[in-house]
Design a protein. Sequence first.
Length: 289
Amino acid sequence: MKVLITGSSGRLGRALAAALTPVHRVVGLDRQPGPHTHIVADLGDTGALQQALAGVQAVLHTAALHAPHVGQVTDAEFWRVNVLATRRLVEEAAARGVRRFVFTSTTALYGAGQADGPAQWVDESTMPRPRSVYHHSKLAAESELQALAARDGLALSLLRMGRCFPEPAPDMALHRLHRGVDLRDVVQAHALALDDDTPRVRCFVVSGPTPFLRSDLVALGDDAPAVLQVRAPSLVAAFAARGWPLPRRLDRVYASHRAAAELGWRADHGPEAVLQQFAQGDPAVLPPG
């Protein structure tokens, strides 16, 4: 299958292209050059977009402005890149017979949990609470895509991925328990979503498997170390051995049960993988502090 990956020079786009190239014919589009980018152009370049879509059967759309760009570029530019360019991409793709579209979204749409009180259980039924222009633009892009998918009979998968970027080892390890995910597991979720060609819209939370239960939410908001001792004792021991403190409370838990049930997805890289990467000096896992 010929697959277009937008944002192919970005962290996720590069990883997707590397994973899919042995299986599919991959075309990479990005406005920055990269090892898997064949067409260097902005998504607003109509000629480049048409060239990139020639003969394509599926699109993985990862290109976007992200949270770190807030305050660095105008709100209008966020809307142009994240919303208008997304709509143009799917319209051009559908006009050329493309029927599979996978969109990389974010769990940041749900906002933070409460400052006090029980932790929040977050899944696909949770109401988004966008705060910044980044959140609003990603949510608007999802809405545009859903409308176009219904109109054109597309197989559309919206993947709301959890926290997935380099950060200090203690933070990353803890986040893998309740709101983080490994890049390799994100790639796998995209690859599985790409296999679907049924005309429908599906939305998935893509976050690491959590050991927590809904019944833990009150205690997580009040005494997280006590819950961690029960649900993740080996991680608690690893933190104690390294002198790393545990958080007093956790404010949210992302649940990826739908992705597991409908995609057959499984996150294989939990907190133990983070500790191993840190011991090996992996640059994606930063030192404490």
